[in-house]
Every structure is written in structure tokens, then in C-alpha cells.
Design a protein. Sequence first.
Length: 217
Amino acid sequence: MLQDYLDVAIFRDLIERHAIANPVALRRFVRQLMNTPAGLFSIHKLYDDLKSQGLAVSKDSLHAWLDHVQDAFVFFAIPIHTSSERARQSNPRKVYAVDPGLVTACARRGSADVGQLLETAVFNELRRTSADLAYARTESGYEVDFVTPAGLVQACASIEDPATREREVRALREAMANLGQKNATIVTLAVSEEIRVAEGTIRVIPMWRWAIERAAP
């Protein structure tokens, strides 16, 4: 059923509405986005990939299609957090599906990555209350999933593995220091904890509790 919904959206909201003359390339474009959920998206890389598959499409068309899928509420893209417009335009954007169910329905391997699904769900909850979202990359190369008006938010299915915990906490600490933030959040599947660091406080909270708190008046 979800695959049918996506096919209808592609045909009616994209191909018909925008008179797209290369529907094969468009479908490949949409499938590529759906199979790299919560991932960095580069127009240049996708252009090269499509070209290698014998699908001729211009970069201008790909830029237009990315705008079209956002207008159709199929995907949403967020930029890197920076005060430089040039840097914002030159860096890849992160793309999220409107619903993690669509990601699962279209997964090539039969099941989507739990971490990507969680990050997609967190994004959609954040988008419900704010359109001002971005991701951050620290000087050491760590990535923070979301910079929001209310603070930093990281999505991680589990931080029980020591290496994962160290990576997620270090990413937030560097971003907190760089952006002058005293509080940050890690949304997980089950863990609840409060981590005190020199830069401030990192709250670890299960997705269900975090979403309920945000829904409370």
C-alpha cells in the first residue's frame, strides 16, 4: 500500500504536475533518495551515478526535482548549519522521507536500518513545530543530526556500545562548545540518562517519552 502511495505521488504530483519528460530518471532519483534515508545528498554525485547508468539528465533538472519532491511533501532537505550562504549551498544536504514507513516499504534489503528510521522519525517530529532545522559538522568531522531553535538533537538507536557512546557524546560536546549551547539531547530507542559534561548537560531520552513530552501542552 505504501509503495502504491509513493507511485501515485510520483505520477500525479511530479510527472503530471511538472510535465517531466524523463520519468525513468525521476523514478530512479526518488528511489535513490528513499534508499539513503537521513543521508547526505549530493546533486553532483547523483548526476554522475545516473549518467553511468545511461540516464541523461541535467544537474538543473535534479535541482528542480529536489524542489518538486519537497513541494509534494515526499521528502524534506535540510542544509548544514553555517552563517555562510556559499558554504550552505556548496555542502550536501541531508534528505528525509515524510514517513519512515515509506523507507521500510522501499528498502532494497527488505528492512531499513533502525538508526536511519529513528532519525527520520525524530526529524519529522521536529519539523512539526519548526522549519528552521539544520545539521552540524564539527571541526573534528563529527556530525550532529539537528540544530534547532531549541537546541541540539542527536538520534541514536542505542548508546550502550562504548565506542558509539563516545562518538555521540564527543560530537555534541564539540557542537555545544562551538555554538554556545549548554543543553543537548540524544534520542534513543530505550535508554534514559543524564550526562554531565564540561559544556553543559546532555539528556538521553527514549523516543516515545521525548515525543510525548513535545506533544504535551
